[in-house]
Design a protein around this ligand. Structure first.
Ligand SMILES: [Zn+2]
Length: 121
């Protein structure tokens, strides 16, 4: 079972990395290339934007602040207008599902992915 203090990512050299990539890049060291401590990102850490690993690009399912929810909704709104769906945007929508109910933009994004583009997220 996941705990609030589970480490799900790390910050190093002013970027966020998944545990696999941080291990590959820093090989167990505790100091990054800028000379700062490599910091853990705990499961209940909150971010102002949806985040991917800087190295492999995998989506990091981190909690969002209120600003993070607003920013993420903006990404989905733009996607609906531009008619674009990416794996990243689908992950963002799945994260937002946990925060919002009866949201117009989220509904429009779901309609676009499922009904129009046939993507089953
Ligand atoms: Zn990674």
């Amino acid at each position: 079972m996941s705990q609030p203090f589970d480490v799900i990512a790390y910050t190093a050299d002013a970027c966020v990395y998944c545990p696999i990539c941080v291990n590959d890049m820093y090989e167990g060291k505790s100091i990054d290339y800028e000379g700062n401590e490599i910091g853990p990102v705990f499961r209940d850490s909150e971010f102002d934007y949806p985040t991917v690993c800087e190295s492999c690009g995998n989506y990091l399912d981190l909690r969002l602040t209120t600003d993070g929810v607003t920013y993420s909704l903006g990404l989905l709104r733009d996607a609906v207008y531009d008619y674009t769906v990416t794996d990243f945007l689908i992950s963002v929508a799945n994260t937002l599902d946990r925060y919002l109910q009866d949201n117009y933009i989220l509904d429009q994004f779901d309609i676009m992915t499922k009904d129009v583009l046939g993507i089953d997220k």
